[in-house]
Design a protein around this ligand. Structure first.
Ligand code: TMP
Length: 220
């Protein structure tokens, strides 16, 4: 727990195929093994309303969603998740691990789609109303690697087709990676860049090592 008895809020970010979901689940296991209260959630999604918004956003048939509308749908999903799940959990002393959060909108919509990082940051502030991550792990990987891992992951999950965002061209994903690295260089205190090209165990250990410096998390 943090000094004011709130849980820790930790987010995982990265391009498609960076392994962030697997790493987040492994970190959850370590929290629970250490006897710490912790939940995991994801964006967009994590509650009934936001999962409906997720379907809208990722459906490959929805080619007519405009960039601004897309941005606001991500924000609506985020506001709902913070109000319904993340905020109450943190207040009750439970730590929250979230697979993507505010930085995804800055990297994807703000930088890669060109809507503007500052505009997105302002909307993020409104949507989360002060609930910002204590730590963010940017699992950094070259776009080529991510794209190679993508089909394997989909196969493992029994999915056949790419979602609307995965269908974007490689140049878009290069921009997303660049957007993420820009955030990390602006906020080195919150965002740790983790080299995700290493074996999974090493990536997980790098995240845990960084978390152990926080009060109450030494036993992770
Ligand atoms: P996922 O594949 O990690 O579940 O994420 C869903 C997709 O949504 C992924 O392509 C990234 C994208 N996304 C955004 O474009 N903006 C956002 O704010 C978030 C949270 C996700």
């Amino acid at each position: 727990m943090t000094e004011d008895n709130r849980g820790y809020f930790v987010t995982f970010e990265g391009i498609e195929g960076s392994g962030k979901s697997t790493v987040a689940r492994a970190v959850l296991e370590r929290f629970l093994q250490a006897g710490l209260e912790c939940i995991i959630t994801r964006e967009p999604g994590g509650n009934e309303i936001s999962e409906k918004i997720r379907e809208l956003l990722l459906d490959p048939a929805n080619t007519s969603i405009s960039p601004r509308s897309e941005l606001l749908l991500y924000m609506a999903s985020r506001a709902q998740l913070v109000g319904e799940v993340i905020g109450p959990a943190l207040e009750s002393g439970t730590s929250v691990l979230c697979d993507r959060f505010i930085d995804a909108s800055v990297a994807y919509q703000g930088w890669a789609r060109g809507l503007g990082e500052d505009v997105v940051a302002d909307l993020n502030s409104f949507a989360v109303a002060g609930t910002v991550p204590d730590r963010t792990y940017l699992l950094d990987l070259e776009v080529g690697d991510g794209f190679e891992r993508g089909p394997d992951r989909r196969e493992a999950e029994g999915q056949r087709s790419r979602d609307r965002l995965e269908l974007e061209k490689r140049a878009f994903h290069e921009k997303v990676r660049e957007g993420y690295l820009r955030i990390a260089s602006r906020e080195p205190g919150r965002v740790a860049v983790i080299d995700a090209s290493r074996p999974l165990e090493e990536v997980i250990e790098a995240v845990l090592r960084n978390l152990r410096v926080l009060r109450g998390l030494k036993k992770l």
